[in-house]
Design a protein around this ligand. Structure first.
Ligand SMILES: NC(=O)c1ccc[n+]([C@@H]2O[C@H](COP(=O)([O-])OP(=O)(O)OC[C@H]3O[C@@H](n4cnc5c(N)ncnc54)[C@H](OP(=O)(O)O)[C@@H]3O)[C@@H](O)[C@H]2O)c1
Length: 289
């Protein structure tokens, strides 16, 4: 995929906090991809990888990619530490284990994965994270977080350089809760749940929509959304650096990467997709978010 510009183009983005430029679709290999599919994704230009010690099929090939082309790949790593009561010691142990498993001496982005509504981000934990950064074991600090209001506050003022957040046509609330707070420190944004746990991909009984922009009514265009429309919706936002995809198969992976070739949604298409998400939300509310 060609990439001429700096900054964020439709296909590529700079991640200044890690000093690398990557394709704007990142891959998570924990929903079914095989080891060889990861190499295939890398061959298509993928350079942003979500990883945890539990992603066992991914680890050998990612380790190999990192050994061969360290400068091209960004690993955003969970430490394998979850729950609400986390200690600074667990953070260090998890980080050192991740470095060992991946055979690298620095993690590009260490993801704090436990910052839910009730969990703590204590000064001791923050000090440990900064120490890991100062020791060079971690380049940038990030979080994978569902609590958008907390994410907005942390985006404004915290040690975190990158926010992995829920953002899709059904749940576009980051536009109010997070995006307005990026300006001051300019942390990077990684979107997940583009398909809203697949809800945007499945037909919903009784949900009616006007015709797809520029099409006659019954021509087989969505609803529901196609996977590419889900990812293109995220990529069309100027605030999103990378959208994650968690394909189950290589065919899904290839289809989803095709979103980059398809380009940004037009304003009419974006409005349609947004309206579809709004109607899905009215029918399928999730009580826990
Ligand atoms: N979702 C969360 O709340 C959350 C939170 C933190 C971290 N994460 C992590 O973020 C990563 C990405 O997760 P995500 O939720 O953002 O994944 P996603 O890409 O929105 O959805 C993945 C699922 O969508 C379906 N799908 C994707 N492409 C498709 C295609 N071309 N055709 C048909 N179906 C397709 C597949 O479902 P089928 O299995 O039905 O084929 C696939 O398993 C994962 O590592 C996840 O663990 C997610």
């Amino acid at each position: 995929m060609s990439d001429q510009a700096g900054g964020t183009s439709f296909t590529h983005t700079d991640l200044p906090q890690v000093g690398k430029r990557v394709l704007r679709i990142g891959v998570a290999g924990n929903y079914g991809l095989q080891t060889s599919d990861i190499q295939h994704a890398a061959d298509q230009g993928v350079g942003f990888w979500l990883w945890s010690p539990h992603f066992k099929k991914v680890t050998p090939v990612l380790k190999d990619l990192l050994r061969r082309e360290r400068e091209r790949h960004v690993v955003a790593a969970y430490t394998g530490t979850y729950g609400t009561i986390i200690t600074a010691g667990q953070v260090r142990k998890g980080t050192e284990k991740a470095l060992r498993l991946l055979g690298i001496d620095q993690i590009d982005v260490l993801l704090v994965g436990w910052l839910g509504r009730v969990s703590r981000f204590t000064p001791r934990i923050q000090d440990e994270l900064v120490r890991l950064q100062q020791e060079g074991k971690v380049k940038a600090l990030g979080t994978s977080i569902h609590d958008r209001v907390r994410a907005g506050k942390l985006a404004r003022d915290s040690i975190l350089d990158l926010f992995m957040i829920r953002y899709n046509a059904k749940h576009p609330g980051a536009e109010q809760d997070i995006f307005p707070y990026l300006e001051q420190r300019q942390p990077s944004v990684i979107a997940y749940t583009a398909t809203s746990w697949r809800q945007l991909l499945k037909p919903i009984k009784g949900l009616k929509m006007p015709a797809w922009p520029g099409s006659p009514a019954a021509n087989g265009r969505p609803p529901p959304l196609t996977p590419q429309l889900c990812y293109r919706f995220c990529l069309t936002s100027p605030h999103v650096n990378v959208v994650l995809t968690g394909p189950k198969t290589r065919d899904q992976l290839d289809e989803n990467l095709g979103a980059l070739e398809a380009g940004a949604l037009s304003s009419d298409e974006e409005a349609w997709v947004r309206e579809y998400g709004r109607r899905v939300k009215a029918k399928k509310r999730l009580p826990y978010i």
